[in-house]
Design a protein around this ligand. Structure first.
Ligand code: NAP
Ligand code: ZN
Length: 363
């Protein structure tokens, strides 16, 4: 067994400013990679600019990262980063800017390489240092080496072959306090999915399960914030973000499995947000697991049975997808031997039908 998280993580109030020296130590000029507008509204961008300014570190802002970032966006940001003379990358936002930042850090360092390098498993490229400042509570990308990119050429999403763990993660719950309820819910469902898929995974170890257990317990504390029965406050925001970061630590060890594989078709073809897409398959995934794993997940999350788990997810993060799209997603994963191997139980077409049969559609 092996346990290693190479990212230095700080989780505290005003942590971007408090840890400005660690941030500034990563280089002399930062390429800040972010989405179109949310980091301006929630204060994470201005906090970062202030922190860098205090330390006399220059920066260039690339604010063109779309949801489910594409390889084309990575290449565009790489050119801007290189021409600005940046020598480190700061991702600010949800999983999309954080994932993009990792791929951009590779392509900036390998400045002459073509886009194919991102998916070339025979290569071991270097990368610039990366810092990650999350503003959603779902992906845990701030502590994973994973960068999920949209491949328009293949009409799907795919992880970059190379692992890029951020050097520094600065997590402050205040950035999600102003987020819409539906975004908080969908991203929290993503965090839950990471914890479940890491626990019920063929590569799970005692160490990774220890992490998943801690995250599932933390997630359970947050249920009231997600269905609106408890108003979200700073303490709740911190708990949600912590559950998400722990989920990232869990999948950093095991990766995700069948539900994430299925989600990519729903997102690419059906425009379903990532968290909602992965959440839709959790009921079926847990239902088909062995009795011990199923009961463990239900007891830690506080659900009586998988129906209650599925209903809770469907209530806070609804999806409405056609049977055809679900079949298409299932067909794609049945051909993905790596995803199938990451599931600890055998998934034949019948079991796959049962997993997609667990999807609770709204409307
Ligand atoms: P996201 O795609 O990063 O962002 C979704 C939307 O939320 C964007 O419109 C963004 O606006 C907005 N937003 C972000 N923070 C906000 C805030 N605090 N308040 C208000 N709006 C805010 O969402 P995500 O679910 O966090 O990330 C999903 C991506 O991460 C997917 O591509 C998924 O495949 C990937 N992922 C990665 C990992 C990993 O380990 N690396 C794990 C799971 C998922 P702006 O565009 O204006 O910023
Ligand atoms: Zn996910």
């Amino acid at each position: 067994m092996f346990f290693y998280i190479p990212t230095k993580v700080f989780s505290e109030k005003e942590c971007v400013f408090a840890h400005r020296r660690e941030l500034a130590s990563l280089g002399t000029h930062a390429l800040i990679v972010t989405g179109r507008s949310s980091s301006r509204k929630n204060g994470s961008l201005s906090d970062t600019e202030k922190a860098l300014g205090e330390c006399s570190v220059g920066f260039t802002v690339f604010d063109g990262v779309e949801e489910n970032p594409s390889v084309e966006t990575v290449m565009k940001a790489r050119d801007i980063g290189i021409s600005s003379g940046a020598d480190f990358v700061i991702g600010i936002g949800g999983g999309s800017p954080l994932d993009a930042a990792k791929a951009i850090a590779v392509m900036m360092k390998e400045s002459l390489a073509q886009r194919e390098l991102l998916f070339d498993s025979s290569a071991s490229p270097a990368h610039l240092p990366v810092a990650a400042i999350p503003t959603t509570c779902g992906t845990g990308s701030e502590v994973t080496g994973i960068s999920v990119l949209t491949r328009h050429d293949l009409r799907t999403k795919m992880s970059m072959t190379h692992k890029v763990f951020p050097d520094l993660a600065l997590c402050d719950g205040k950035y999600i306090l102003t987020a819409p309820q539906r975004l908080i819910a969908a991203t929290a469902v993503d965090a839950l999915s990471h914890l479940i898929e890491s626990y019920i995974n063929s590569t799970a170890t005692d160490y990774s399960r220890m992490i998943a257990d801690a995250g599932l317990g933390k997630w359970r504390e947050c249920r009231g914030y997600l269905n609106g029965s408890i108003p979200l406050d700073y303490e709740g925001a911190v708990s949600l973000m912590t559950a998400s970061t722990i989920g990232g630590m869990a999948i950093a060890h095991t990766g995700t499995t069948i539900p994430h594989g299925l989600s990519y078709t729903l997102t690419y073809e059906g425009g379903v947000p990532h968290g909602a897409a992965v959440g839709a398959f959790q009921k079926g995934y847990v239902q088909n697991a062995c009795k011990g794993d199923r009961e463990h997940i239900l007891s830690l999350t506080g659900f009586a049975d998988t129906d209650e788990l599925g209903s809770f997810i469907a209530e806070i993060s609804p999806v409405n997808v056609s049977a055809e799209l679900l079949e298409k997603a299932a067909d794609a994963v049945m051909k993905n031997t790596r995803k199938l191997a990451s599931c600890p139980y055998e998934v034949n077409r019948e079991v796959m039908s049962s997993i997609i049969g667990g999807v609770v559609c709204s409307g």
